[in-house]
Design a protein around this ligand. Structure first.
Ligand code: SF4
Length: 398
């Protein structure tokens, strides 16, 4: 029997990309799957959460195995007090969520569950972080996200929908026969927990509706389309379609002679931002090729600038101590680390308890962002009244 590769061609996590740009699935096969430091950090967080959840819910099962696994996580260079705190909170949170179901129903909690959704997506399989299935027919799938750069929404989330379809398949029950489906994102570093409630018939229809595009993606066919999903595509720095799309914008069109008006400046800024992202991806791709020994015509690899470093700090320290009487000439004054560092090493909650009253958050520097950004515009009523407790400020009602 052929062994299943670790990652599906049409993975649930890549669904937004391959649904919008079906040929990207096969194109990605030509590029190495390099794990970023953020992905590695996320994997470590998932492991720590799983250990804590298992220990909390099933304290008698494999305590020694869990202890060893936990020690390994804590020795990892990406482990932090912040991660510990978020994992502890998550374990409590999911225990409460699960026990909430148990009040009314029989229910099972699936952890890190291997699932298949190949009824809808050719060779579709994956691993669902957590899922609860109840005897009255509720499925809730829960996905952990440790990143804090992009808020992940539960609404219209193709990854979570595929997980829910996979969980139904696992129970050999057509999804439409369930009573309700909930898909939840838990993103602790943004304090973001969101659930989408789906009618099972709708979810089944959605699964059927993507089958055609999934077949195209599996066959490497369909139309390439650029969009936000390109940032997760392994081909992003080499894709000719994205390059054409980026460069087609360079011929901005006729501008009025002289100075750009506000309308023209706004349009050019959209294009410039897009070009900056694309340019960075093209450079990464070219560097990957060049550093792996390929010749990129018109370019060469040289030694970059470097700074002098003290090779043996202890020895140098002792020499200076013996010969230079004024210590301030060679020792930096001790100073406090920044809040991000303190949170990472002490934990956000503990830090808040210790020094919260001394931490203030000044108004942020004015920043120009596209109108689609979710933050309210400076000076708008939403921004002015954000955080104001209008209810407690109002006169008591008789
Ligand atoms: S970079 Fe964008 S357009 Fe190109 S294959 Fe990837 S997802 Fe499709």
């Amino acid at each position: 029997m052929p062994t299943q590769s670790k990652h599906a061609l049409l993975s649930a996590s890549g669904a937004e990309r391959w649904i919008n740009c079906p040929p990207s699935a096969r194109m990605e096969e030509n590029f190495p799957d390099q794990e970023s430091v953020y992905a590695a950090e996320g994997t470590l967080f998932h492991e720590l959460c799983e250990i804590k959840v298992r220990r909390l819910l099933y304290p008698d099962r494999d305590p020694e195995v869990l202890k060893l696994a936990e020690e390994a996580v804590r020795e990892h260079e990406l482990y932090s007090a912040e991660m510990e705190e978020h994992a502890t909170e998550f374990a409590d949170w999911i225990k409460n969520r699960y026990e909430g179901y148990l009040i009314f129903d029989q229910a099972c909690l699936l952890i890190d569950e291997k699932i298949k959704f190949d009824k809808y997506v050719p060779d579709g399989f994956g691993t669902c972080d957590y899922a609860v299935v109840t005897s009255s027919g509720t499925i809730e799938v829960l996905d952990l996200k440790y990143g804090k750069g992009v808020k992940v929404l539960a609404k219209n989330n193709a990854q979570l929908r595929l997980y829910a379809l996979g969980i139904a398949t696992k129970f050999n029950v057509a999804v439409a026969q369930f009573a309700e489906v909930l898909t939840t994102v838990y993103q602790p570093r943004l304090g973001h927990v969101e659930t989408e409630k789906l009618h099972p018939v709708y979810l089944d229809g959605w699964g059927v509706s993507i089958r055609g595009v999934a077949e195209q993606a599996h066959a490497g066919q369909g139309e390439r389309r650029t969009g936000d999903w390109c940032r997760w595509c392994r081909a992003k720095g080499a894709c000719t379609h994205r390059a054409e799309d980026a460069m087609s914008n360079i011929g901005v069109g006729a501008l009025n002679p002289g100075v750009m008006d506000d309308q023209e400046l706004g349009s050019c800024l959209h294009i410039a931002e897009n070009l900056i992202h694309w340019a960075r991806d093209v450079r990464d791709e070219a560097e990957n090729r060049a550093f792996s020994g390929k010749k990129i015509p018109g370019w060469k690899v040289v030694e970059g600038r470097s700074n002098r470093v003290i090779a043996d700090k202890d020895k140098v320290y002792r020499i200076l101590l013996d010969t230079i009487p004024e210590r301030e000439k060679f020792i930096k004054p001790a100073s406090l680390q920044g809040i991000t560092h303190l949170e990472k090493h002490i934990g956000p909650k503990k830090l808040e308890g210790l020094i919260g009253q001394y931490v203030t958050k000044p108004a942020g520097k004015a920043t120009l962002v596209p109108e689609t950004d979710p933050r309210p515009a400076l000076g708008s009523p939403e921004q002015t009244f954000r955080g104001v407790d209008l209810e407690s400020a109002s006169e008591p009602r008789n």
